[in-house]
Design a protein around this ligand. Structure first.
Ligand code: CMP
Length: 138
């Protein structure tokens, strides 16, 4: 039970062999993995995922980076999922992230920040549906 959030383990963390460590932290924090998929985005598809950031100065770099290697997409379920997951991952910039957070432990820069986490229930729904069909979201 509970509500849902969406996360991606980003190319830097996949390349650094941190899929297992990050997934373990997510499960130990009480999240149930509802759906999980390893895939690679094209720059165009990364651009669609991050379309809300189209006007930001970091958008082109972000699309290049997010298509530079494999990612792991997951839908997670827990009471208070959005807020609790954002707490678990820490601040966008790892330099500002609290001790013990996923980004503090595994992110290397504000861009290569190891994981994504949805910022609202509405976006969690949209982002989950970007990667998973209805029959994959049991
Ligand atoms: P994420 O939470 O997935 O949402 C947008 C992403 O853009 C962010 O994580 C970072 O990977 C990337 N990014 C790069 N530069 C910035 C910046 N200055 N502010 C916010 N996000 C940034």
């Amino acid at each position: 039970a509970g509500n849902r959030t969406f996360t991606m383990i980003k190319p830097d963390a996949v390349a650094a062999n941190n899929i297992g460590a990050i997934t373990k932290m997510i499960e130990e924090a009480g999240f149930r993995i509802v759906a999980m998929k390893m895939t690679k985005l094209s720059a165009e598809r990364a651009g669609q995922f991050y379309a809300v950031h189209k006007e930001r100065p970091f958008y082109n770099d972000l699309c290049q980076y997010m298509s530079s290697g494999h990612i792991v997409a997951m839908i997670l379920e827990k009471d208070n999922a959005i807020a609790d997951f954002r707490k678990l991952i820490g601040a966008t910039n790892p330099a500002d992230a609290e001790e013990g957070t996923i980004r503090k432990l595994y992110a290397t820069s504000i861009e290569a920040n190891a994981v994504h986490g949805s910022d609202s229930d509405e976006n969690a729904q949209i982002e989950g549906s970007f990667f998973f069909s209805d029959i994959e979201k049991f």
